[in-house]
Ligand binder design. Structure first.
Ligand SMILES: CC(C)(COP(=O)(O)OP(=O)(O)OC[C@H]1O[C@@H](n2cnc3c(N)ncnc32)[C@H](O)[C@@H]1OP(=O)(O)O)[C@@H](O)C(=O)NCCC(=O)NCCS
Length: 184
C-alpha cells in the first residue's frame, strides 16, 4: 500500500531512477533533467542529479527537504514554509507532494496550497488522486480548512485529480484554474 512519508534516504535508488524517466515525460515540456530535479524537490533547479549519488549527499538532500517545513528555515524570498511528502510503496518512490503552509499573493493567484507530481512510469494508476486525498488531513493539521489547488486549464489529468478529491472550481486566472478542496 502506498503511503505518504517525509523525505527518507531509504528510497534513494528509486528516486534517482525516477529521474531517468524524464525522457518519457512528453507533454509538459520538462525535457531538461535538472528542471525535473527542481520539480522533484519543489524548487528551481539548484542541484544536478549527479550530486545526489552518494548516500551522504542524498541523506542531506532529504534533511533539507524536511527542513522546508520549519517556519524559520532559510528560503528564497517569496517562498513560504512547505511540508514535503513523498508517495512511496515500500522503497519505491512514486511521487511527491508539498503543502504550503499559507498563501502569498502569488500562491493565491497561481500556485495554490498543494502541488504534486507522479513519476511518469507510475501514472494513470490513481496515485495522484490517492496522494492528494491522503494529504488533505495534513493540510487540515496545518490549519487549512480549504486547500487551494490550481492547475493549467489544459492539464486534464490534474483537473481530474483535483475534481475527484472534491475540488470546487472558483475561477480561472490566466492559464490557471483555481479549485478549493475541503480538507475535512
Ligand atoms: C497530473 C499527474 C500528477 C496525474 O498523475 P496520475 O497518478 O497519473 O493521476 P491519476 O492516475 O490519479 O489520474 C487522475 C485522472 O486523470 C486521468 N488521466 C491521467 N493521465 C491522463 C492523460 N494523459 N490524459 C487524460 N486523462 C488522464 C486518469 O484517467 C484519471 O481520471 P479517471 O479516474 O476519470 O480515469 C501526473 O500526470 C503528473 O505528474 N504530471 C506532471 C506534473 C503535473 O502536471 N502536476 C500537477 C500540477 S497542477
Amino acid at each position: 500500500m502506498p503511503e505518504l512519508i517525509t523525505p527518507d534516504p531509504r528510497v534513494q535508488a528509486s528516486f534517482l531512477e525516477a529521474h531517468t524517466e524524464i525522457g518519457t515525460d512528453a507533454g509538459h515540456g520538462w525535457s531538461d533533467a535538472d528542471r525535473w530535479l527542481g520539480l522533484m524537490s519543489g524548487r528551481e533547479p539548484v542541484q544536478r542529479v549527479e550530486s545526489l549519488l552518494q548516500p551522504e549527499a542524498f541523506a542531506a538532500f532529504c534533511a533539507d527537504q524536511r527542513l522546508l517545513a520549519e517556519e524559520d528555515a532559510p528560503r528564497p524570498d517569496g517562498y513560504v514554509a512547505d511540508t514535503v511528502l513523498w508517495w512511496v510503496d515500500g522503497n519505491q518512490w512514486l511521487g511527491r507532494l508539498s503543502v504550503r503552509h499559507r498563501l502569498t499573493r502569488s500562491l493565491r493567484d497561481i500556485g495554490g496550497h498543494i502541488g504534486y507530481v507522479v513519476r511518469p512510469s507510475a501514472r494513470r494508476r490513481g496515485h495522484a488522486t490517492a496522494m492528494l486525498v491522503a494529504a488533505l488531513p495534513v493540510a487540515r493539521g496545518l490549519g487549512i480548512d480549504q486547500a487551494l489547488v490550481t492547475c493549467d486549464h489544459d492539464n486534464l489529468p490534474s483537473r481530474r485529480v483535483i475534481e475527484k478529491a472534491g475540488g470546487v472550481l472558483e475561477d480561472r486566472r490566466g492559464v490557471k484554474l483555481r479549485y478549493w478542496v475541503p480538507t475535512g
